[in-house]
Design a protein. Structure first.
Length: 108
């Protein structure tokens, strides 16, 4: 009986860790798919850009700061332009939406 209680307790702890930890760790990350309505590449060195997307689900506008070099190069080369549908992951830092993943839904 004692062995059963220990096994049950370990199972409960493991289940709680898999259910609650990932939910709280990913709570800050927001996923969406939307169409680009505006792109602003800022600064002379073009180290960041601001992209505004229209959310496909709710229709609201979301402005995201993009700072990874691969995406910035795609903005500069016009491989990603206004009107493209984007799959996006971002998190809110200091009240600003900062991109973590920014890719065309059709590839690229």
């Amino acid at each position: 009986m004692k062995r059963f209680a220990v096994v049950f307790l370990l199972f409960a702890v493991a289940l709680a860790a898999t259910v609650f930890v990932p939910a709280s760790a990913s709570a800050d990350e927001i996923k969406m798919i939307g169409v680009i309505t505006k792109i602003d590449i800022s600064g002379p060195d073009a180290a960041t850009a601001t992209a505004t997307l229209k959310d496909n689900k709710g229709g609201g506008l979301v402005t995201v700061i993009v700072n990874d070099e691969l995406t910035l190069d795609k903005f500069k080369d016009h491989r990603i332009v206004v009107g493209d549908e984007i799959r996006l992951k971002y998190e809110v830092k200091d009240g600003k939406n900062v991109s973590k993943y920014f890719r065309k839904t059709a590839g690229c």
